[in-house]
Write a protein that binds this ligand. Structure first.
Ligand SMILES: Cc1cc2nc3c(=O)[nH]c(=O)nc-3n(C[C@H](O)[C@H](O)[C@H](O)COP(=O)(O)OP(=O)(O)OC[C@H]3O[C@@H](n4cnc5c(N)ncnc54)[C@H](O)[C@@H]3O)c2cc1C
Length: 363
């Protein structure tokens, strides 16, 4: 959707073809966290930093309210070894424009009521934000339509061919669409779409669970609580680590799991138990809160964990914007801006080299 948004703003005509509605894919089934203060600064953090500037521009009037909140996050530290790693990270980040601060256990307890007294401390990442993905998708759709962009919903792309004049013919059950440019931004389906044109793009699903609680206004979490540790194997379920956040409506969202190349969206109860057990280590008062819903989504993960953004090195006119894994919300606007510049003006910014499809799909 962000690619279409920047293309229509550049004056091009677009048609978003989707087998469902705007919320049919992973973007309608994830959290809306924009994570800038990562443990490993690098390309993803840079995409997130640039995207945040775009989100703020859009949120300042152009798009209307999509619950963009610069609420920051706390990376929770369980051990003295993690606390030492955290202090070293903060020292390395100094002067790089990221706002990270170390909190002792006492300072954390003051900032986040109810947090476990056993924690060693936290890193506060002031720049991390969140938004409501559903409201953002709706706002994007409106803006794309305002600029003359079209949508074909509930149409599944089943075949793509080139005409002798070089146009693509995109076939769905309901229609045939001709265009000199096709962008494969089909999320976990990016691979089968690319294969319609004979290209092999390594994007595989990685399942995540989110637990939703009842509304608990008395337990409002001032900033997202995130695990310092990587997702690690739970006893019975899938690898999990913790993210806890309050929604604007007062519910808590508790995640998250990361399952290999799982392609079914089914709920695993052992995994849900592992998510909740881990979250309780950080926030014991959750024991009193009722769960009302559990949902899953499939992250579109690329072969090397970085998104695939740019022109095909084989098929002229074919572009990719896929493989964003668990960072698609954090990096969507900058992905759209970079790719639309490449398509509309033929200009590739330096950072795009790192995301080039040619690292996987070679002529
Ligand atoms: C549990 C969970 C939590 C997450 N939390 C965060 C977070 O906090 N922050 C963050 O940055 N990221 C997060 N993510 C990741 C983020 O949601 C994804 O990276 C992002 O949504 C991927 O967007 P996409 O546009 O590539 O794919 P999608 O949103 O899946 O869009 C692809 C679209 O292509 C359509 N499509 C597929 N095949 C066809 C076809 N043949 N014909 C027509 N249409 C087709 C689909 O219907 C879909 O609408 C999370 C993911 C999960 C699962």
């Amino acid at each position: 959707m962000c690619v279409a948004y920047y293309l229509v703003k550049a004056g091009l005509r677009t048609l978003n073809i989707d087998q469902g509605y705007i919320t049919a894919g992973t973007s309608g089934a994830g959290n809306g966290n924009i994570i800038v203060g990562n443990r490993q600064p690098g390309l993803l953090a840079e995409l997130a930093r640039r995207s945040l500037l775009e989100y703020e521009r859009m949120g300042n009037g152009e798009m209307g309210d999509f619950e963009l909140e610069r609420n920051g996050s706390y990376l929770l530290l369980e051990t003295e070894a993690q606390a030492e790693e955290a202090r070293q990270l903060i020292a390395r980040q100094e002067g790089r424009g990221l706002s990270l601060a170390y909190l002792s256990a006492g300072e954390l307890a003051e900032a986040v009521p109810g947090v476990s007294a056993k924690l060693a401390g936290a890193v506060y990442c002031r720049d991390d934000c969140s938004l409501n993905p559903l409201l953002f998708l709706r706002a994007l759709r409106r803006r794309i339509q305002d600029h003359g962009g079209g949508f074909a919903f509930y149409e599944k792309v089943g075949k793509i061919q080139r005409t002798p004049s070089g146009l693509f013919c995109v076939y769905t059950g309901a229609g045939t669409y001709r265009s000199p440019v096709v962008v494969d931004c089909a999320g976990v389906q990016a691979r089968p779409i690319a294969s319609l044109l004979g290209e092999q793009v390594p994007v595989a699903p990685n399942k995540g669970h989110i637990v939703v609680t009842e509304k608990v206004p008395h337990l409002r979490i001032p900033a997202k609580l995130r695990d310092w540790a990587d997702a690690s194997d739970s006893q019975e379920g899938e690898p999990v680590n913790t993210v806890i956040e309050s929604t604007a409506a007062g519910n808590l969202l508790i995640g998250k799991s990361e399952a290999g190349t799982e392609s079914s969206a089914s709920v695993s109860l052992p995994t849900v138990r592992a998510i909740l057990d881990r979250a309780l280590r950080f926030l014991p008062c959750l024991r009193e809160v009722k769960v009302i819903r559990i949902y899953t989504g499939l992250r579109p993960r690329s072969g090397d964990g970085l998104p695939i953004i740019g022109a095909s090195a084989i098929t002229a006119g074919l572009y990719y914007a896929c493989g964003h894994g668990g960072d698609g919300v954090s990096s969507a606007p900058e992905t759209g801006r970079l790719l639309s510049r490449r398509i509309a003006e033929g200009r590739s910014e330096r950072i795009m080299r790192e995301f080039a499809p040619a690292r996987f799909i070679k002529p």
